[in-house]
Design a protein around this ligand. Structure first.
Ligand SMILES: [Mg+2]
Length: 135
């Protein structure tokens, strides 16, 4: 069963308004054999998440239209209303302070990555959260 899920869902939603950062992250995900959909703000992420079952969401905190914290809260509300299992959401932020991390947790994120990060850091988070979800 776990093997089947690994095989069929390697689709990650990357929500980030920064094109350069997104290219770097997309290249990392590609090297780890993940497919990527890109959203440029939280509103787009919310709509895409409603339409598609993602293995995981990488959510930038600071975005126009709707920020990553608001989008995460909206996704969690959507999941509760639809009784669907929560998709793992990893916040990505340039801020490293404990306050930001706490806000991410309160919004319903599973974890936070501080930018810039190495591919191995991203890989660790993805492996941990995707494995957790399969069990
Ligand atoms: Mg941003």
């Amino acid at each position: 069963m776990a093997e089947l899920i690994t095989r069929i869902n390697r689709l990650v939603l990357l929500a980030d308004d920064n094109d350069e950062m997104s290219l770097v992250i997309e290249a990392m995900l590609d090297m780890m054999a993940f497919e990527v959909d890109r959203a440029r703000n939280g509103q787009e992420a919310l709509e895409m998440c409603d339409a598609t079952a993602y293995a995981l969401i990488l959510m930038d905190i600071e975005m126009p239209v709707m920020d990553g914290l608001a989008a995460t809260k909206a996704i969690r509300r959507q999941e509760s209303a639809a009784l669907t299992p929560p998709v793992p959401i990893v916040g990505i932020t340039g801020h490293t302070d404990p306050g930001t991390r706490h806000l991410c947790q309160l919004a319903g994120m599973n974890d936070v990555l501080s930018k810039p990060f190495l591919m191995e850091h991203l890989e660790n988070k993805l492996t941990t959260l995707c494995v957790m979800r399969m069990n």
